[in-house]
Ligand binder design. Structure first.
Ligand code: HEC
Length: 153
């Protein structure tokens, strides 16, 4: 009987450790979800002041001049480029939803990496899109890379 008590204790400790690990995981996920919601809310405010003029409140763009932000596949396939498009602009013919667009977009150098992460999290979770949030680190990495491409190695 006495010898079984340590084994029982050990089992309890293992169960307790398992439960608290599961709890921790759960709360991490919640924190991530909360952060994403915050980014979407802040990103919406920034979008409305910095992007809406051209891309419109519902992201549908404007006639043949401004492309819409509703092409989920384009946004996903170009995920690594989006931060650079916002900061440095874009000037190349693109096809969105089968429509050709070829007007330049000017860059916005005033936005910080965090603001870009918020805007990108917003646009990739609005207008019918639903994608993972952009972290500041992901945006910063992308910006470092495209700055190198712009200025050369
Ligand atoms: C002055 C008008 C203007 C503003 C302001 C503007 N854009 Fe654009 N945007 C354009 C145009 C024009 C293009 C197409 C560029 C090309 O074809 O080279 C474009 C392209 C894009 C693209 C890639 C194509 C697509 O439709 O998915 C994204 C993403 C984008 N803009 C996001 C933004 C975001 C986010 C902001 C705000 C930070 C913003 N733009 C501000 C005009 C604008």
């Amino acid at each position: 009987m006495m010898r079984r008590i340590p084994a029982l204790l050990a089992t309890l400790v293992i169960i307790a450790a398992g439960l608290s690990a599961a709890g921790l995981l759960g709360s991490c996920q919640n924190e991530q979800e909360l952060l994403k919601k915050k980014y979407i809310a802040e990103g919406m405010v920034l979008y409305r002041s910095q992007c809406q003029n051209c891309h419109q409140i519902d992201g549908t763009g404007f006639e043949k001049l401004i492309p819409p932000l509703t092409d989920t596949l384009y946004l996903r396939q170009n995920r690594d480029r989006l931060a650079c498009i916002i900061r440095y602009g874009m000037d190349e013919p693109i096809v969105i939803h089968g429509q050709l667009y070829d007007q330049p977009m000017i860059g916005n150098q005033r936005l910080t990496a965090m603001e870009i992460a918020e805007i990108l999290t917003y646009i990739t979770n609005a207008f019918g899109n639903k994608q993972e949030m952009f972290t500041i680190e992901e945006v910063q990495r992308a910006l470092d890379r495209c700055r190198q491409e712009q200025t050369g190695p």
